[in-house]
Design a protein around this ligand. Structure first.
Ligand code: GLA
Length: 562
């Protein structure tokens, strides 16, 4: 698939080529937090680790067992070392790590970039009020225990007077990155920093710099935890919200650098089987980490079959590591497509509505130009296979997702990047966090609107840097953005940046879509929500040659090393 070029922000990105040393595919495993919070001991962790193996989930790829917050005491020992809670871990941490390794699994642990964890336990970061952080000493301790994966949260990060939050976070996460390099053990580094900036303009800057330090990052709110007092309260809205905020961020993701939309709670109480299929499907379409967080011993056979679906996991773990394109969205459903290795594609249809949905998708709707074209298909939840289908059709129950892998025949032609162009409304109040309020669609002849799944919301990115709908081009005309016959002038050409700006080649100004619906081309501002767009093909970042336009964004704030 073609992608229009990206330039800005490249300076902070790590090498994008070659196989990454760590987390070449999205990390998979289990973590205690969403089910147990602080209600665990070493026994809880080891029982789940054994269950991971016994259930067959480990063999499907869920291979890392991570102990989240609350494992340590609130204070350090007299040598400054972290102390595992002696009640939860009477024999210390090393035997737990050894037992996890003996099961053939990897061992992960939680810490915090601030002076205290979110639960108030001892953090690795700069003490409150200033002083020396503990990143290196703690990293050495973790390495001595055999830690393979570190989740570094971002509560209580101390910022010195005059230091921005962004700079304080950046210094802390870079220090941890350097500490992990110093200890020499390959440790996957999961960064929570962006989650602390969700809804602020700095979010995109933080999302740009975390790529240089770690392999995955949480970028938004926590998925809803298990509520012991009300175990069957629905948690589906929370699954939808995490999907919703993650989907527009595809441009930050490449193999070895993953957006993390938080735990898989599918299979647990509060999430039906249909909703569990949806969570796994959507996470797989986004190439998100698959980190289970439930009491594995209590999962039904049906739930285990959902979580262990080889073909769906295969889509998640595909080596291209791309985020799906939102082809189409209306009030009831989303259509997604994701390119896979070997000329295949994954297609998913999420039925967000409370009713049954009947769907039929033609090759053209999915971006394939060929007319009399057929797909070899595999329906991943029913396991139905077909050698030559001209339409993907399904009847999808409420909150369920249909998912296929397809291999188009030669007549289908090379697919274009076709789908929605969206912007988000960063400050939606809690309780209103739904797809319609958070994400707006760019629509011809020149406005932003609630996504309605119409042809006017379907855009094709041309290899000639045009953005087309129904054969016509999005173009700058004075201060306005209009759709008109393509003239192939610089006014018809747009460049895309990692910060999400669509910059007109003629004017070097930014496509601006206000929530009022008005579309214009205006001076580019730094991380203005009305100028940040998500494009088909996951907006995958592809650097092409030298920058051809003025830099729109200010350079990212540097973080002075302490
Ligand atoms: C934050 C994180 C959660 C969990 C808790 C622990 O809320 O986002 O995933 O680690 O802290 O306190």
């Amino acid at each position: 698939m073609a992608a229009i070029l990206c330039v800005a922000g490249a300076a902070s990105a790590p090498a994008l080529a070659g196989t990454p040393r760590l987390a070449a595919t999205p990390p998979m495993g289990w973590n205690d937090w969403a089910h147990y919070q602080c209600g665990f001991t070493a026994q809880t962790i080891l029982a789940n680790a054994r269950e991971l193996v016994k259930s067959g989930l480990a063999a499907r790829g869920y291979d890392t067992v991570t102990i989240d917050d609350c494992w340590m005491l609130k204070t350090r020992d007299r040598h400054g070392n972290l102390q595992p809670d002696p009640v939860r871990f009477p024999h210390g941490m090393r035997p737990v790590a050894d037992a996890i390794h003996a099961l053939g699994l990897k061992f992960g642990i939680y810490e915090d970039a601030g002076y205290a964890t979110c639960g108030g336990f001892a953090g690795s970061g700069v003490p409150n009020g200033g002083g020396r952080p503990h990143f290196l000493a703690d990293a050495k301790l973790f390495a001595s225990w055999g830690v393979d994966y570190l989740k570094l949260d971002g509560c209580n990060v101390y910022a010195a007077k005059g230091e921005s939050q962004n700079a304080a976070f950046r210094a802390a996460y870079r220090d941890e990155h350097l500490a992990l390099e110093r200890v020499g053990r390959p440790i996957v580094f999961s960064e929570s920093a962006p989650a602390y900036f969700q809804g602020t303009p700095d979010w995109y800057d933080v999302l740009s710099w975390v790529r240089g330090y770690g392999q995955l990052w949480r970028e938004g709110s926590d998925i809803e935890i298990f509520d012991r007092k009300n175990p069957d309260r629905s948690r589906f809205a929370s699954v939808m919200w995490n999907y919703e905020y993650n989907l527009p961020l595809g441009r930050f993701q490449t193999p070895g650098n993953w957006n993390d939309s938080d735990f898989i709670i599918g299979g647990d109480r509060g999430v039906t089987l249909a909703e569990s299929r949806s969570q796994l499907s959507l996470w797989a379409m986004m190439s998100a980490p698959l980190i289970l967080s439930s009491n594995l011993d209590k999962l039904s056979r049906a739930a285990l079959a959902v979580l262990g679906n080889r073909a769906v996991i295969g889509v998640d773990q595909d080596a291209l590591g791309r985020m799906a394109t939102l082809v189409r969205r209306d009030a009831s459903h989303d259509v997604l497509i994701k390119p896979l290795t070997g000329g295949r594609y994954a297609v998913a249809v999420l039925n967000r509505s409370p009713g049954t949905l009947h769907i039929g998708l033609s090759p053209r709707e999915l971006g394939f130009p060929g007319g009399a074209c057929r797909f070899e298909t595999h329906e991943l939840w029913t396991n139905a296979r077909n050698r030559a289908l001209s339409t993907l059709s399904a009847t999808i129950a409420a909150h369920d997702t249909a998912m296929w892998t397809i291999r188009p025949d030669a007549r289908c032609g090379a697919p274009a990047d076709v789908g929605t162009i969206t912007r988000i409304v960063p400050k939606v109040p809690r309780g209103h966090r739904d797809a319609e309020r958070y994400t707006l669609c760019l629509a011809a002849p020149g406005k932003v609107e609630r996504c309605a799944g119409t042809g006017q919301e379907t855009w094709t990115l041309g290899p000639d840097d045009t953005v087309r709908t129904a054969g016509e081009c999005l173009a700058q005309s004075g201060d306005r953005a209009v759709v008109r016959a393509c003239g192939l002038t610089a006014s018809d050409r747009w460049h895309y940046t990692v910060l999400g700006n669509l910059i007109n080649e003629a004017s070097h100004r930014c496509l601006t879509g206000r929530t009022s619906g008005t579309l214009s081309v205006a001076a580019c501002q730094h991380n203005a929500a009305s100028q940040i767009w998500s494009l088909p093909s996951g907006g995958a970042v592809r650097e092409v040659g030298a920058p051809r336009m003025a830099r729109a964004a200010r350079p990212m704030p540097g973080a002075a090393r302490r």
